[in-house]
Design a protein around this ligand. Structure first.
Ligand code: UGA
Length: 446
């Protein structure tokens, strides 16, 4: 009999995981405590922009004509407990308000609701990013509260999907990490992931703490890599060097590698910033805060880039934003996503607005989310409209359509042909040839 799978929490991670599990051939039941989310998903609609996700969902959601019908949604914990052989917990772990630490309330609430419903042998698999030590604590909670007792086991299986590539990263992950407490748990996870394992995906079996740490270590390493190249950008700015060339040159050393060395206004989003902070907080509790002091520096370098972008823009408009018109291209924290959580682009736009600039923003997918966070900024329906009358254009999220912009067409509507590239993604020569004053973070002025 094929395993029956439940997915608890249907945000980014959970919705993608549920659809992917159905794609792999399993019967899947998704649960969320927000009924509106469940209604949307049950109608085959996704509450966020993620390439390919809606199509995948519609291929499997029960009741949609032509679907496999393998994927259903519910708000009932009882139904979840009855249905599942394997329960994936995919709820959010945001930063605690006013603290660095991770807010575990959603994870704790999910386990508290699930445990009493576990009456038959099953495996609960945590996917949320949690402070190390959480799995051991939650395993004890299951043992105590699940009617199935020791037959309701826990595993920790961190998730490495990137927004914008969520479907591909879930169906074809570059590794699967299984923090387990028994051979039975390992065997069940191997069964769940039989397809990617058959295609050669590495499977790393660990204990609970190591599995939890793999996730925070991976995100900390990525954040460090970005801040490293952004620190080099600061030095390049002072020494008239070119950080893009520098990244290319060091990246040829395959011990260093070219990826995640794109200098610019830095990292944002719902993961990297909060994960490095939660990791520092947890290290403090464990008495090893010194081991992660460098992450404080990683965080400050990152936040400084936003300030530097604002400074460059201020210089460009003659020293003050008062009475100036500024166009901002991009609002999301990265392209191919509508996510504006801790978005460097929106942060820069907001700072300039608060300093008296008239800021008009355009983003291909993030307009509604941006408007909700920053209703006082102006929004335009296209890059061209955002740039109309602008004294300076800021390129802050590297959407493909911005690389395709025609410098002549944009030049015809702006007040002054001046552009700042905060993502080092535009071709300087194309813009300069069209008479633009082009500047980019960490690159020479001409
Ligand atoms: C990140 C990790 O990459 C995933 O592996 C992880 O699963 C996920 O967090 C998570 O913890 O759930 P994501 O937040 O989607 O994924 O975004 P990234 O692609 O890592 O980009 C993060 C930020 O870094 C973006 O703002 C991006 O613009 C910036 N970035 C990235 C740079 O500034 N330079 C680079 O070279 C690369």
């Amino acid at each position: 009999m094929a395993l029956k799978i439940t997915v608890i929490g249907t945000g980014y991670l959970g919705a993608t995981h549920a659809a992917a599990m159905a794609e792999l051939g399993f019967e899947v039941l998704g649960l969320d405590v927000v009924p509106e989310k469940i209604e949307m998903l049950a109608a085959g609609r996704v509450p966020m922009y993620e390439p390919g996700l809606e199509e995948l969902l519609q291929r499997h959601v029960a009741g949609i004509p032509g679907s496999t019908g393998r994927l259903r949604f519910t708000t009932s914990w009882e139904e979840v407990g009855e249905f599942g052989d394997v329960h994936f917990v995919c709820v959010n772990t945001p930063q605690k308000h006013g603290e660095y630490a991770c807010d575990m309330s959603y994870v704790d609430a999910a386990f508290a609701s699930l445990a009493p419903q576990l009456r038959r042998p099953c495996l609960v698999v945590g996917k949320s990013t949690v402070p190390v030590g959480s799995a051991t604590r939650l395993a004890a909670l299951l043992a105590e509260r699940a009617p199935a007792g020791a037959d309701a086991e826990l595993a920790w299986n961190p998730e490495f999907l990137r927004e914008g590539f969520a479907v591909q990263d879930t169906l074809r992950p570059d590794r699967i990490v299984a923090g387990v407490g028994s051979d039975r748990a390992e065997k069940l996870l191997r069964e769940v992931y039989a397809t990617p394992l058959g295609e050669g995906t590495p499977f790393v079996v660990t204990d609970y703490p190591t599995a939890e740490l793999v996730k925070t270590a991976a995100n900390s390493f990525l954040a460090t890599k970005i801040s490293f190249i952004n620190a080099m950008a600061e030095v390049c700015e002072a020494a008239d060097g070119d950080v893009v060339k520098l990244a290319e040159a060091i990246g040829h050393d395959d011990r260093i590698g070219r990826k995640f060395l794109r200098a610019g206004i830095g990292f944002g989003g719902g993961c990297l910033p909060k994960d490095i902070r939660a990791f520092m907080a947890r290290a403090g509790e464990l008495g090893v805060d010194q081991a992660l002091t460098f992450l404080r520096e990683v965080d400050s370098i990152n936040m400084r880039r936003r300030g530097q972008m604002v400074e460059l823009a201020r210089e460009a408009v003659g020293g003050s934003f008062l009475g100036t018109t500024v166009a901002v291209l991009g609002a999301t924290f990265k392209p191919d996503s509508d996510d504006v959580r801790d978005s460097p682009a929106l942060n820069v736009a907001g700072q300039i607005h608060l300093q008296g600039g008239q800021v008009t923003v355009y983003d291909p997918k993030g307009m509604d989310n941006a408007r909700a966070v920053f209703p006082t900024l102006a929004y335009a329906p296209s890059a061209l409209e955002a740039a109309r009358g602008a004294q300076v254009v800021l390129h802050l999220t590297e959407w493909g359509e911005f690389r395709e912009l025609d410098p002549e067409a944009l030049g015809a509507v702006v007040a002054e042909r001046r552009i700042l590239d905060g993502r080092n993604a535009l071709d300087p020569s194309r813009w300069r040839e069209a008479g633009w004053d082009f500047r980019a973070l960490g690159r020479p002025t001409a």
